[in-house]
Design a protein around this ligand. Sequence first.
Ligand code: AMP
Ligand code: ZN
Length: 465
Amino acid sequence: MSLVLYNTLKRAKEPFTPLRPDHVGMYVCGPTVYDLAHIGNARPVIVFDVLYRLLKRRYPRVTYVRNITDVDDKINAAAKANNEPIAALTKRTTDQFHADIAALNALPPDVEPRATEHIGEMIALIQILIERNHAYVAGRRRGLHVLFSVESDPAYGKLSNRSRDEMIAGARVEVAPYKKDPADFVLWKPSSPDLPGWDSPWGRGRPGWHIECSAMSKKHLGQTIDIHGGGVDLVFPHHENEVAQSECAHGQTFARYWVHNGFLTVNGEKMSKSLGNFITIRDALKLAPGEVIRAFMLGTHYRQPIDWTEEALKRARARLDRWYRALARATPAAPGAGEIEHNWEREFLLALDDDLNTPHALSVLDEQASCVLGAGSADATRFAATLRANAYLLGLLTKDAGQWFRQGAANDGLGESEIERLIAERNDARQRKDFAEADRIRKQLSDQGVVLEDKAGATTWRRTG
Ligand code: AMP
Ligand code: ZN
């Protein structure tokens, strides 16, 4: 068994072998922190979290680097619009991002470099590019720009496989008088006193977007990295430009496997801030718990588009409910990875090894749940442990079953204490032999998705989802 990944560069699936047999390096482009992240931004977080978990299972050491872009013109504009200092905006938004994706059970990356903390590394890289004649300084009345010369790189375009005209149209390039070629892109640009800026050999200025990932991946993972990931919208121009910068500077392969997730869409259109068709992770978490959102996303192969609908979320919730019902048959149902039963582990890992075939992996969990639900009580406990251990690799079934059925999304109406209060009222009514009132309370709860079970003198409850 070995992991196979679709490599965008080769336009084919390839067996994955790391450069160093015992240490995998993975770099994923992270968020630009100017506003709450939307659920489309959560897709790469979830996809690469699963890849990270799988790599950790397969290799002794994995270094996962996901950056924070905290210098960007969108940030400058948002800070101005909010009348908020830039540093306060980026810190607040980064904290919100962390809280949101923790609720999606995403493991933190090993390194989370911030662009503003790597300006020195970016300047050094730009200097190498100038020395090697891959970049040039262009004069302008208001300050100096440094541009990457696309013409100097015969391999430019190899990742996105685009023609020159397509590249120019796709990058929506600014045709500026200081550019030798309209396809050249900015490595460094001048900053006016009201904008963030750093001293450099080209005066006070700030970096272009692409150079940060070349500089930060070099610092934290070296000149050649095993896996580079991000959403498919990043292939061009961002990743194309990263390869050009890094390979022209170092003369060696930048990233060996390029992995890109497809879009999360709304009515078939990419979810994005600019189209205004987005729902924030925060709001999505009001509709469903993080594990439901994960199960929804992982129900489609990562390279396929996936349409956001509440019906699909409901189906994901029903699926998880069934798995948790299976876990509830185990005694005791302790959270955490259990012992793995050989066959199920093998089938499950085979699915993930096949270019992260999570839809297949989820169907293995369905079968495992059926096994638990149909087993005698001794076997149920053993099978449930295997189910939980496999699900852990997808960041699912991390809760205890009782906790799962008690938790509701924030807008499910009834909070836990309200439910407990109504149950206590119903018990009082039953003691008074006011069965009409007891039945009314039971119905009120069931109308709001809470089912009561009376067993051995105690009442337990769960949500029906
Ligand atoms: P951004 O902050 O826009 O640079 O996006 C951060 C990450 O989210 C990048 O890897 C993007 O490719 C990814 N992304 C943005 N929108 C979507 C979407 N609708 N579906 C899937 N991935 C997305
Ligand atoms: Zn990047």
